[in-house]
Ligand binder design. Structure first.
Ligand code: HEC
Ligand code: HEC
Length: 302
């Protein structure tokens, strides 16, 4: 018995050793990925200063999701606070105490938002720059115009606390912590028209706002690597059985404005309808025109 116990003890110690080398290795891999330096050349973008542009920027900061992490006042806030993964904070992007944008040139704003890259070239954590890469010049310049002139907020956020599990998931590229490392920083960006209620403009909006969750073909199903605990994005194609083929435009608008399905059931708040409340009429019509135009596909086909 005692001998068996000894062997079991040695085996367990061995496993623990292998596991800790594995975790230690993963932490090293993830830390290296976080320290990767990207050389992204400055992209010229004219930033407006007219009051109507700044006002549009305020709306877009809410509609495109920035305010969800950085706060409606842009003073920053908690993005993730999980006992197993750790805590991540969106910084203060006003010019008050605790600001991380002091001395930012326009090109620094563009690089941070479209490329997910800080001034020193390192990746910005958790911010979905892979989607913002495709923001139109019009939208991005209005967002920056508003952010640059936002009232200063004094708020200092604590440093991020990253637990070993988050390092492991980052090393395995399961958790999308470092958008900059997966963006093709030289990928062509299609020219986007001025806002209009067309399916082409809707395709632009879907690319920056919907496809990350609902899939490129809008067929729904779990995004790759999504934990099983997260609600599963629905099928937005016109498939009658598993998609929204039977919905009217009014049903679609209610879902995005009020977070309710046609049968009255509320949508899980993981579907960011509280941001989408800030989409305007033109954007809603355009999105509807686009989701109507895509081929019907079964649920789960992404
Ligand atoms: C999912 C949450 C999230 C969303 C959405 C988000 N951000 Fe961020 N943002 C962050 C976090 C977290 C950081 C700090 C990352 C770090 O410390 O590496 C950051 C950093 C920044 C920075 C500072 C970059 C630097 O060089 O330090 C700017 C500017 C910024 N975000 C602007 C925006 C704008 C504009 C939007 C919307 C288009 C946006 N963010 C959307 C989480 C988010
Ligand atoms: C962060 C992930 C996420 C993003 C981004 C997102 N959705 Fe969703 N969406 C979901 C999830 C998850 C559900 C299912 C919610 C539930 O089960 O309650 C859903 C459900 C829906 C539904 C209800 C469909 C049904 O059959 O019940 C509609 C409509 C919808 N989304 C439209 C959109 C549109 C349009 C966009 C882009 C403007 C978008 N979503 C962006 C996650 C997302």
């Amino acid at each position: 018995m005692r001998r068996i116990a000894k062997w079991v003890g040695i085996a367990v110690l061995g496993l623990l050793l292998v596991a800790s080398i594995g975790v230690g290795g993963a932490v090293l891999v993830a830390k290296r990925a976080m320290a990767r330096v990207h050389q992204v050349p400055d992209e010229p973008l004219a930033i407006g200063s007219k009051p109507e542009v700044i006002e549009e920027g305020r709306r877009l900061l809410a509609a495109r999701g920035c305010a969800e992490c950085h706060g409606a006042d842009l003073g920053g806030g908690v993005v993730l606070d999980d006992p197993a993964l750790g805590s991540l904070y969106a910084p203060n992007i006003t010019l008050g105490r605790g600001s991380v944008v002091e001395g930012f040139r326009d090109a620094d704003w563009v690089r941070a938002i479209r490329h997910g890259v800080k001034r020193d070239g390192r990746p910005i954590v958790i911010m979905p720059a892979n989607e913002y890469y495709f923001l139109s010049d019009r939208d991005l310049s209005a967002i920056i115009a508003f952010a640059k002139t936002a009232a200063p907020v004094d708020r200092e956020l604590p440093p991020h606390r990253i637990k070993p599990l988050l390092y492991v998931l980052t090393a395995l590229e399961v958790f999308p912590l470092l958008a900059a490392n997966s963006i093709d920083h030289a990928a062509p960006r299609e020219a986007v028209s001025e806002p209009e209620a067309t399916k082409e403009y809707g395709r632009y909006l879907a690319k920056v706002q919907c496809q990350g969750c609902h899939g490129e073909g809008l067929g729904g199903g779990p995004p790759p690597g999504a934990p099983a605990s997260l609600p599963v994005p629905a099928n937005l194609t016109p498939d009658e059985a598993t998609g929204i083929g039977k919905w009217t435009e009014a049903d679609f608008v209610r879902a995005l404005r009020e977070g309710r399905r046609p049968d009255g059931r509320e949508l899980d708040p993981f579907m960011p309808w509280k941001n989408f409340r800030n989409l305007d009429e033109t954007e809603l019509h355009a999105l509807w025109a686009y989701v109507r135009s895509v081929p019907a596909k079964p649920f789960g086909s992404r």
